[in-house]
Design a protein around this ligand. Structure first.
Ligand code: ADP
Ligand code: MG
Length: 673
């Protein structure tokens, strides 16, 4: 049978009553199969002898033999406590055993007797003592020689209850778990049978076998996930077909003051192949400033040249407008009709726009999610591009594709995505990656600044102003409506005006009216303003080539992804740029680690991997969507290689046998449906 077929409720297990069942339920354990897959969170390895000689100052557990040498008593909190003195037979050292509420031990373990012991020892000065310990007449009695499972607990559950419940199920001799991966893969990757793996997880024979069991279960879990993902994906566009680059695209490229990078070309080739020969569902990822937008415009032209309309969606009005202006500059001269649509476009203007979209007079519509409200009708929508979106819902995507007959979707990620997430969350999409930056970019120099030593920072920014370069000063937005944050930026703003008299600047925050924000950004782009003081509204997408300084106040409060995004607002041309991470007070270890990563690396892919390790997948994909990633055994941060293997195997399986009809894939069909 498969593990998942053990569906009887745990209340049928001897010794599991109502209260215990409720405690188990809060661990997500309701059926027998849940219990069998409630794997230990750690193990107590008693296979190696450890005596007091092996204890450092921090103490630890011992597995050894002792002789009881003395009994005495003392008073603690009004209670008479037995203290037994014991000599560790393996080191000759002395151990004090405090028997709180266990005075029966006086008779059970008389002076002069010897026992095996497992104990958690603390060391105070040169004195070893323990109050949590087990004494026994044999090694087995105290678990010496075994590796004990340590389970997650809840409510009144104890290790003993959980161990007993699990063992009761596993002790059924007639029950044997069937493999859940094809035999050829089990052999090829040197994995265990499922039955053995499950048992080894609960009662490992050795740490080596435990690792093999863990690998078996992790691989099984990942293979199932990947097979599902690969099956749900469109069939790949054939590699041997030719793609034709339209004159429209060529004219845009030749009008640019630079060449496309090799990676931009490679991504475009992948995209065009989809657009010509398949239905695209593709994620375009690349570090901040790597030039994703341009790739998107060229992809848009590819469809426009074929007579289709393209919709481009940005997360905020500000960004949508920036893109609309950029697109108009690049493409109107090629005869492409670009329109801008947000929720704020109302009345006659809106009516006119909607009409033009419906008639097909507009080729490229750029806007916010308002593009996909009900009243917006396209004549022939062929491609939807979604910018800077790292949190998106499946529903949203579906709403889009219903606006046309066969709509291609291109997503652009705001931040590089860790490999494991790319293989899982985004596994049903194809991925194009821009790995390298346009030529001539210099790595941003990052300084970590104690808030009390900010004067040097201000001095070096003043030098940048003299060179005609611009700066951002960012305050954290802790929540959208927080009065106190606003006060912070306002105070900061007048403080900076004192520091830089005569240098034009503006304060920008999320509660300003949209037109006001737009005006400020336009002035900043036109260099009528030299610096902006802001809450993190500048976080995504804003592209101002001459801005070379980014000051982030309270950097310790930002996550890595946000810091990297913010820093990415500078260093967008060949000018040398600087980022100052200003911190307040003393830093937690985690904050220190984060800032250190930021100082040492400008590689968004590496930063994203670290962020995943520190904060988990919810940060990247939204907590709501990260649910299906609650893998029981496999780890998103440690099992990268195993996941890549499972993905490759899944591709292979689906390529030859999409319906999982072959006999050796039969169990996958049964398990995955
Ligand atoms: P992101 O990937 O962060 O969205 P953008 O698309 O905004 O980055 O590009 C950042 C800047 O790089 C833009 O000013 C853009 O014009 C410029 N750029 C794009 N491609 C190239 C290239 N091949 N060579 C030089 N600059 C480029
Ligand atoms: Mg962008």
């Amino acid at each position: 049978m498969f593990v998942g077929e053990l569906t009887f409720p745990i209340t049928q297990i001897k010794g599991v009553g109502k209260v215990t069942a409720a405690d188990f339920a809060s661990l997500g354990v309701e059926k027998a199969c849940d219990l069998v897959t409630l794997f230990p969170r750690s193990y107590d390895d008693r296979t190696v002898m450890r005596s007091l000689k092996d204890m450092g100052d921090e103490g630890g557990t011992i597995n050894t033999a002792v002789a009881i040498t003395d009994h005495s008593h003392y008073m603690s909190k009004g209670q008479r406590v037995l203290k037994m003195t014991a000599r560790d037979l393996n080191s000759g050292r002395t151990l004090h055993l405090h028997c709180f509420g266990r005075s029966f031990m006086e008779n059970a373990y008389p002076v002069g007797t010897s026992w095996f012991i497992n104990a958690t020892v603390t060391k105070t000065g040169s004195v070893f003592s323990a109050s949590a310990f087990t004494l026994g007449a044999s090694e087995e009695a105290v678990g010496i020689g075994t590796i004990l499972p340590v389970y997650p607990l809840s409510g009144s559950l104890t290790q003993k209850t959980v161990r007993k419940a699990v063992d009761t199920i596993l002790s059924n001799r007639y029950m044997k778990f069937d493999d859940e991966i094809p035999e050829r893969l089990r052999l090829a990757h040197d994995l265990m049978h499922m039955d053995e793996a499950v048992r080894q997880m609960h009662h490992p024979g050795s740490m080596g076998e435990l690792e093999k069991a863990r690998r078996t279960l992790a691989y099984t879990e990942l293979l199932h996930l990947e097979v599902n993902l690969v099956r749900g994906r469109q069939e790949r566009a054939p590699q041997d077909r030719t793609v034709v680059v339209s004159p429209l695209e060529k004219r845009l490229v030749s009008s640019l003051p630079f060449h496309l990078t090799k990676d931009q070309e490679k991504c475009l080739d992948e995209i065009r192949r989809d657009l010509d020969w398949s239905t695209m569902n593709r994620l375009l990822q690349g570090d901040v400033g790597s030039g994703k937008t341009l790739v998107a415009w060229i992809a848009a032209l590819h469809m426009i040249a074929k007579g289709f309309q393209v919709a481009f969606m940005a997360p905020t009005e500000l960004l949508a407008r920036q893109h609309a202006e950029g697109a108009a500059t690049l493409m109107e001269k090629l005869g492409v009709h670009v329109a801008f649509l947000t929720g704020d476009v109302k009345g006659r203007e809106r009516g006119y726009l909607l009409d033009a979209l419906k008639k097909g007079d507009i080729d490229l519509a750029i806007g916010t999610h308002a593009l996909f409200s009900k009243d917006v009708v396209f004549k022939s929508l062929g491609l939807v591009i979604i910018d800077e979106q790292h949190r998106f819902g499946v529903e949203q995507r579906q709403a889009l594709s219903h606006k046309g007959k066969k709509v291609h979707v291109l997503m652009m990620s705001a931040t590089p995505i860790p490999r494991t997430l790319a293989m899982t969350v985004f596994g049903s999409m194809d991925i194009s990656t821009i790995e390298s930056m346009p030529e001539g970019r210099r790595p941003i120099v990052t300084h970590i600044v104690d808030e009390r030593n900010r004067d040097r920072m201000y001095a070096s920014i003043a030098v940048e102003f003299e060179r005609g370069h611009q700066a951002y000063f960012v305050y954290p937005r802790i929540d959208d409506e927080g009065e106190s944050d606003l006060k912070d930026v306002t105070t900061m703003y007048s403080f900076l005006q004192g520091k830089y008299p005569g240098i034009p600047s503006a304060l920008i925050h999320s509660r300003l009216p949209e037109e006001e924000k737009i005006r400020i950004l336009d002035d900043f782009r036109a260099k009528k303003l030299m610096y902006l003081v802001s809450t993190s509204v500048v976080e995504v997408g804003i592209d101002i080539p001459d801005a070379t300084c980014m000051v982030i106040e309270h950097a310790e409060r930002f996550g890595l992804a946000a810091l990297h995004q913010l820093r990415g607002r500078v260093g967008r041309s060949s000018l040398q740029s600087y980022c100052f991470l200003v911190y307040y007070g003393s830093l937690t270890e985690e904050a220190k680690a984060r800032l250190k990563v930021m100082r040492e690396s400008t590689d968004g892919f590496m930063i994203a991997e670290t962020d995943l390790k520190i904060r988990g997948p919810g940060e990247f994909i939204g907590n709501r969507q990260s649910g299906f990633l609650r893998l029981k055994v496999a780890s998103l941060t440690d099992d990268v290689e195993l996941m890549a293997q499972a993905k490759a195997d899944a591709e292979e399986i689906v390529k030859d046998d999409r319906g999982l009809l072959r006999a050796d894939n039969a169990m996958l069909r049964q398990l995955l449906g």
